[in-house]
Design a protein around this ligand. Sequence first.
Ligand code: ATP
Ligand code: MG
Length: 280
Amino acid sequence: MRIGIDAGGTLIKIVYEEHGLHFKKIEYNEAEQALNWLKTTAPSADYVLTGGKAAILKEAFFPEAAVIPEFTATCEGALHLLKKAGLPHKSLLLVNIGTGTSWYKIEDGRHERILGSGIGGGTFMGLGRIFSGKADHQRLAGLAAQGNRGNTDLLVSDIYGDRSWLPSIAGQNGRQKDVEAPIDGKLTAGNFANIAGKPSEEDLMAAAANMIAETTVLLTKGAADIHHSERIYYIGSSLLGNDALKKGLLTYSRMTGLDADFIPNGEYGGAIGAYLSSWH
Ligand code: ATP
Ligand code: MG
């Protein structure tokens, strides 16, 4: 039996074969128990580990395990998923939104990490804790989906159309014609810059998801231009149940002319890459 494990900064992803591929995700607060259980259940399995905490897992649980590089595992695993799903995979940018975010260029099966950013799923969790005191990913994603980022962010239309600073006509605000802005008024002028707003937890989380999506797409657009790739795939556990983030990624990708999509089970890319590497 072969077992691939991707021990990332936030979550451990496990892939194994038992009448088809199985996928499991565990959090670090339950990891010791779960990994000991796995070890007892499958003592003679071929373990292949990857991710930032792979070496520590090897030391503590699986001394016989092979450890393979995270970047190779992620790209090989993503390519496997793309082929299985019948999606284009000849030339693409892979954007892994994990705790932070990594960009890979994949061309004819060759891959290279081209960019990294500290803005990612960890940013969503960290801002979530600050804004709401909550630490549960699904709850924070739920808040983000219900919020209105306009109460947190300053939009272009807020700058071009706002007369509230003119005491003499302030009372007439709203009765004036909107001033035409040179770019779409709904675009962000400043993330979290609406210092006059009274945002709720939901509004703050909506703005956090938007800022992560917007920043990620802007970096993706720059990388895509430099590397002449137009096909983009987003992966990573950060996308799970986070509709505000996913919607933002697709909207801004289209707006910048990128052909973007998600890969089903994409968060298991690293673990699948590790699992597959034991074939060789
Ligand atoms: P990295 O690759 O950067 O080392 P990682 O591999 O652990 O980190 P992922 O598992 O791809 O990263 O994504 C982690 C993110 O997924 C979290 O920051 C959070 O936004 C989101 N997430 C989804 N489900 C959970 C969960 N149950 N617990 C914590 N975070 C979750
Ligand atoms: Mg990862």
